[in-house]
Structure formats: structure tokens, C-alpha cells
Design a protein around this ligand. Sequence first.
Ligand code: FAD
Ligand code: SIN
Length: 535
Amino acid sequence: MKYSRYSTVIIGSGIAGLYAALKIEQQTNLNDGILLITKSKLGESNSRYAQGGMVGVLKENKKDSTTSHIADTIKAGAGLSEFNTVKFISENSDSVIKDLLKFGVEFDKNEKNEFNFTLEAAHSVNRVLHSGGDATGRMIEKTLTKDVEQNGNIDVYEQTVAVELLVNNNECKGVIVFNDLTGEYEAIYSSAVILATGGIGQLFKYTTNPGVATGDGIALSYNAGAVMQDLEFIQFHPTALALDGGENRFLISEAVRGEGAKLVNADGVEFMHKYHEKRELAPRDIVTRANYNEMLQNNTDHVYLNAACIDKDKLAKRFPNISRICLENGIDISKDFIPVAPAAHYYMGGVKTNIEGETSVKGLYAIGEVASTGLHGGNRLASNSLLECVVCAYEVANYLKNKELNPPKQIDENLKTIIDKYSKELYMEELDTESLKHELQDIMWRGAGILRSEETLTNALNEINELSKKFPRSVKCLNKEEYEFKNMLNVSKLIINAALQRKESRGAHYRTDFPKTFEEGTHTIIKKGEMSLVK
Ligand code: FAD
Ligand code: SIN
């Protein structure tokens, strides 16, 4: 096996990973360099597909204030957001976004050259910055990817999967990676391993997330003994384009509702007034359950979004990608109803961290969607995740500035047992991971989806235990898809166990057998072999 040493290793090339790499390079003088590894092509990530935008509580937006943003975030978070985290992220959004602009990121402006703030659900004022109309993620990711590629101090490994963290005595000293093109393994020693591995949407049959969102960071850090928080909280987006057969669903941004689009049933009748006073701009979990309920009542697999009430030119200018993708599928959004249905979208749960990304394992950090900082609570406010990615990337870099980063020079005997597991040649027959994955996604959608109960969750767990028997891998796998599926199985079980533990409904976690919300919010905490509810 190959060995190498880096002062810092960042796993994941979404906006959190890319920006962290750039900030660390800028602020820290690292003798052993920075490595960014990513399991697909650089930049392929959930970040790339972000549409609506990034919350920016900017000083020049006189209608907005951190007080208002904090209040909106906490209200949406359904009693589980951590006040200090929310406050910190909100108060730092102005300076971090201004820093992002220095890296070449641009946001859309109006004719007076002022930022064009938009509105999304459950925000009390227009405060969402966007770029390229509805291509915010793509525009930011493209700029940061170019910056990373041009930076001679950041090494990049593409098509490389992190398969196990090198942890001993609750201290992370590196990571084992697998090159999916050559089939080779490498042990990388590092004093700071930063997980920026994103979300878990691929665990569910219908998702807005691309193929890379398989929950790897959760599985890796759980296996390494890190503490997980609120793993049952998955945000289902209410409006993903629902075309026959399409399971990876294209998002129809909440910003379309922000600009005035209405949800209607098959008869063209609006229904959101029955569910919430804010109608289409109610918190996301409420709109999702409303759509789901309408679909169940009318025995259909979608409802519709009517955007024809928005000025045609505005629609084309503000949502060029959505207009184009819909048109390619025979839907002219300036006059046709858009078929939409809920899909798994964002993971509020994750590796428990503080604002600097520190996990409960020394030397292991987590930032972006993989982390649970306490910002989102039980239900994320739209466009807060990109903000969290950049603020926490900035903070982890700031934190590491003051650390001695000297990766171990020799192979630690205690780490050798981990490394040896990947050094052995094993004969393994290829498995049909694609069909196993479909089976798992279907089980999770039915059993641990938008509405759950003891019965659906327990059945799902039993089905997953049966499915696991068809996957005879515990450590070494044959290819990237197998490593991903191994992680998906493990994370699915963790989610179900957390969801069984929470015997109430709160935010995005809805138990049909426990519809009430407890007065006091508690977090589910899971660590290898231990599970608890804490205030
Ligand atoms: P990601 O961007 O998902 O990046 C994760 C990276 O880790 C990827 O490069 C992946 O390949 C890599 N990786 C994963 N596992 C491994 C492994 N084992 N080894 C190596 N590499 C690995 N949020 C907003 O705030 N505003 C929006 O408008 C918005 N719109 C969205 C629209 C869509 C369609 C989607 C899917 C999400 C949207 N979100 C939005 C959510 C937001 O995009 C994500 O939460 C955010 O981009 C996550 O960034 P990240 O850097 O943490 O992870
Ligand atoms: C959207 O554009 O609707 C997604 C925004 C988000 O997930 O924050």
C-alpha cells in the first residue's frame, strides 16, 4: 500500500470542501501541504445543483437584520436550533460572503448594481442572494473549483473514495482511500481530517440529490466513534419535478413560489390555505406534508405548481434553467402546470460539531451538510445551508491556523491493524449493487420517509437486515459503488433507530403514531453502541 503525509486532508469537493481548502491554504503555513480528495470529478456534489440561493444578512440590506434572520431560523428549526450557533452564523454572514466575493464569486444584481435579494419560504424578508438566476450552486462551485485547480499548494485526488478513518484512542491520524480507476489503496497520514462529504439523499427512492450523496461521512465517522446528532431529521423538498420513471428528480426551486407560483391539485384548485396561513411560503416540512396529503387523498403521484401567474419575461430571466429543463420535457412553465412531488433533499442530522467543525474525535472535523452544528434544528430554513457551508469552512480554517499540524512520520502500530485489512488480496465476486441500492431506496422511502410510525420503521429495519444478507462485505469492497452501498446500509439503520427513538412529531420528523410535539426539544445522540435523548 502507498503512504503519504499531509498537514490537512479535506474529503469532499462541494462548496464546503472547496472553500475550506482555499481558506486553509491562504491562512496557514503548512509544511506538509493540503490534499483535497473527492470520489467523483472535482466539483460534483449537491452544491453544484443548488438553485434558490444563499442567505446573506448583508449590511447593505436595510430591510434585514440578524435579529430577524435568527428569529426565522429558530422558528423553522422547530425547537432544536442552537441559539448561539444560529447567532454566530447569522452575524458572520456579511463578512464571510464579502470574503467569498474576493475569490471571484458573483451574485445577481439589479439595474442599480445592488444585490438582488429574493424571498423563500419562512423568511420574513427578501434576503436570499442568487447567481445565474437559478444556478447559484453551479456558479459558486465553478468559481471555487477554478481557484482550487489554479492553486499550486492544493493537491487534488479525483475518483478517490475515503473508505476508513485512521483512528486510534479517539484521535484521527489520517484516512485510507481507494482509487476507483486504478483499484489502489493509499494510507494518508494527517493531523487534521476534514469531512465535507455532504448529504444522504440517495438513501431514498425519490431525491433531488445527485449520485454522490450516499452518507459516506456519517458512516465513516460513526465507525470511528464520533458522536452523531438528530439523525432522524431529513428534509423532503415539496416541489421536485415528477415525471414518469424519474427517481433522481430535478428541483423546482422554492424561489418560484417565492416569486408567486401556486400549488394546485389536478383540477387546478389551490389548496395551501387549508394547511397554513403562509400558504405556499409556509415552512418546508408543512408544504411537503400538504403535497403528500393531497397526493394520498386524490390517489395521484404528484400535485402541480402553477407558475403561469408570474410575468413571462421575469420567469425566463429569473429561472432560466428551470424553464429550459421543463421545456425539454414538454412543459412550458409560462403556461403549463408543472407536475411536482416531494423528494428527499437535505440532511439536518449529522456528525455533531461546534462552529469550528470539531467533532468528538480529536483531529477529525466535519463541515457543511455532513455536520450537525445546531443551525437547522428539525427543519432547515431555505438557503441557510450554503451559508453554513461557507461560515463553517471559514471557521475551521481560522481554527487550524493556531494548531501544530505535524502528521505522524511513521506507521503507528495501532493503525497497522486497520491498514492491514485493506492490504490483503481477497477474491470477491462482483455484486449487483445497482439493484440492491434500488431495493434499499424503496424500503427507506416507504418506511422512513415523509410519514413514519413504529410499524413502518420496524418493518423497514427488518427488510434492511434481510437485504444486508445479500451484501457479504464488512470491510474491503470491490469498487466505489460497493463502498457507497455499505455506507448506505449502515446509515439507513442509524436513521431508523433514531426515528424509532423519537416518539413525537417535530419539524421534518413526522410520526403518525405520535403526532404531538413534546414541549421541550431534545436531541437524539448516537455513538457506537449508545443512544440517548439529551436536552
Ligand atoms: P456537497 O456539495 O454535497 O459535497 C460533498 C462532496 O463530498 C462531493 O464532492 C462528494 O463527491 C464528496 N464525497 C462524499 N463522500 C465521499 C467519500 N467517501 N470520499 C470522497 N469524496 C466523497 N442549499 C442552499 O442553501 N440553497 C439552495 O438554493 C439549495 N438548493 C439545493 C438544490 C438541490 C437540487 C440540492 C440537492 C441541494 C440544495 N441545497 C441548497 C442544499 C445545498 O446545496 C447543500 O446542503 C450544500 O451544497 C452541501 O454542500 P457540502 O459541501 O456540504 O456537500
Ligand atoms: C430551493 O431552491 O428550493 C432549494 C433551496 C434550499 O434547499 O435551500
